[in-house]
Write a protein that binds this ligand. Structure first.
Ligand SMILES: Nc1ncnc2c1ncn2[C@@H]1O[C@H](COP(=O)(O)OP(=O)(O)OP(=O)(O)O)[C@@H](O)[C@H]1O
Ligand SMILES: [Mg+2]
Length: 449
């Protein structure tokens, strides 16, 4: 996708914040551009990591979330605050690369199994037919067929008949016994708290190869068995080694890590004792990864040089300059997201594909209640949200959620049996009736809205 197309796609869900959208779109496109650049330059072109800065609730995380769906690349979103310095209890920073690799492997696996889907389906069908019409029990076929015919031929016929039944779905509910390869034992848990993941060893694979593969008999309906066996056959058809190789290549060349809440690991210079030591430790652990180093994963070494990092944070306590300088330098692009205006709120309520009003309308629709929001009512909701944000605390578009729940609580409770009619109009007056008294009373709005 071109940068313009990416922005257009993001526009469907996020109102405003054009600068941020532009930067991430450019960064995303640059990955593609790099892969098509002359080979001798390709190694030299480094991704321009981005920091998104903006107050709470203005769409930072939302942009990441939508970007993930668009990227068609291994994409991982993590919270910086959940990592701890190496040596402390908790997840170390390198695990983000391991997770990203895992995502890539699953992604490639899913693609490959989609490719072999048809073949796997066929094989699964044959296996089910083998169960329904066992090849050894010929006499059954003889009984069913005409006396003169060859048993083999008959068997073919029966098989054919069953195949058609199978395809039409008329056998779906029938229960059969299937032999499936047993799920591997949950050895990981047995081993206790030592994180084996950190050693980069896949114990399951290790033991899985030593112990003989155990098969298990399970009773399943034909429909279930079909899905299960197709999956199993699919796994067999995939060349895992090749898939992993491909996955590693994708991680290294187009992987994206979104580090949310990065301001939570920044600390204002003044206080550098206590837990802050560990926060700075996390930052220091981040440096080599962002800069480019090799991380051992269970699938192999991953070089992080060309992985794109997008960080984001509200930075209302700490400032970007409170990050250790080395880390600041590794995020050369700074983008500020703006506070949302009242007009933005109106748009957020109505325009995005997942707009709040649409969500509530859809919810109530399931109960046979049609709600309609008058334009003036929407305006009033936006105005109220903006006002409360100004007076109490600015929590951005999240305020709309609290306002909407307060506004609609009664309706949501009454529907469907407590309402007189199946359709409902939310008018400006209704909004005012419900909200004005709460907004007026600062103490009350602090708790409710
Ligand atoms: N510009 C926007 N357009 C549409 N919806 C938005 C926008 N900004 C925020 N929202 C809505 O508000 C909610 C909160 O936004 P988001 O999670 O992106 O906040 P954030 O910027 O990450 O804040 P924080 O710093 O607290 O993590 C989301 O559910 C999203 O739907
Ligand atoms: Mg967020």
């Amino acid at each position: 996708m071109t940068p313009r197309e990416i922005v257009r796609e993001l526009d469907k869900y996020i109102i405003g914040q054009q600068n941020a959208k532009k930067s991430v779109a450019i960064a995303l496109r640059n990955r593609w551009r790099r892969l098509h650049a002359p080979e001798n330059l390709r190694e030299e072109i480094m991704p321009n990591n981005i920091i998104l800065i903006g107050p709470t609730g203005v769409g930072k995380t939302e942009i990441a979330r939508r970007l993930a769906k668009l990227a068609h690349a291994p994409f991982l979103k993590v919270e910086a605050s959940k990592y701890t310095e190496v040596g402390y209890v908790g997840r170390d920073v390198e695990s983000m690369i391991r997770d990203l690799t895992e995502i890539a492997v699953n992604m490639v696996k899913a693609e490959k199994s989609a490719e072999v889907q048809e073949k796997a389906q066929d094989l699964a069908e044959e296996r089910i037919l083998d169960i329904l019409v066992p090849p050894v029990r010929r006499h059954k076929a003889v009984e069913a067929g005409s006396p003169g015919a060859e048993p083999e031929e008959d068997q073919e016929k029966t098989r054919h008949r069953f195949r058609e039944k199978l395809r039409s779905g008329s056998l779906n509910e029938r229960v059969i016994e299937v032999e499936v390869s047993a799920p591997q034992m949950p050895l990981m848990q047995v081993m206790g708290p030592v994180s084996l993941e950190e050693m980069g060893i896949n114990i399951q694979d290790m033991f899985g190869n030593i112990l003989p593969k155990k098969n298990k008999h399970r009773k399943l309906t034909v429909a279930e068995a079909r899905a299960l066996l197709a999956n199993e056959e699919g796994q067999k058809l995939i060349d895992m080694e090749k898939a992993v190789k491909e996955a590693l290549m994708r991680v290294e060349n187009s992987g994206i890590v979104f580090i949310d809440e990065i301001d939570k690991i920044a600390s204002s210079r003044a206080q550098t004792s206590g837990p802050d030591v560990s926060r700075e430790g996390v930052q220091r652990d981040l440096l080599p990864i962002v800069e480019g180093s090799s991380v051992t994963t269970k699938h192999g070494m991953v070089k992080t040089d060309h992985i794109l990092f997008i960080a984001s944070g509200a930075f209302n306590v700490a400032k970007p300059s409170d990050l250790i300088p080395e880390l600041q330098g590794r995020f050369p692009i700074r983008v500020e997201l703006k506070s949302l205006t009242q007009e933005d709120f109106v748009k957020i309520l109505t325009l995005p594909q997942n707009a709040l009003l649409k969500q509530y309308a859809a919810l109530l629709e399931t109960d046979g209640v049609k709600v309609e929001f008058e334009e003036e009512a929407v305006f009033e909701i936006a105005r109220t949200a903006y006002e409360v944000n100004e007076q109490v605390e600015n929590i951005g578009a999240r305020r709309l959620h609290t306002i909407m729940t307060t506004l609609l609580e009664e309706i949501l409770f009454d529907a469907p049996d407590g309402l007189k009619s199946g359709s409902l109009k939310v008018t400006r007056k209704l909004v005012q009736d419900k909200l004005t008294s709460i907004v007026k009373n600062r103490d009350l709005s602090r708790y409710i809205l």
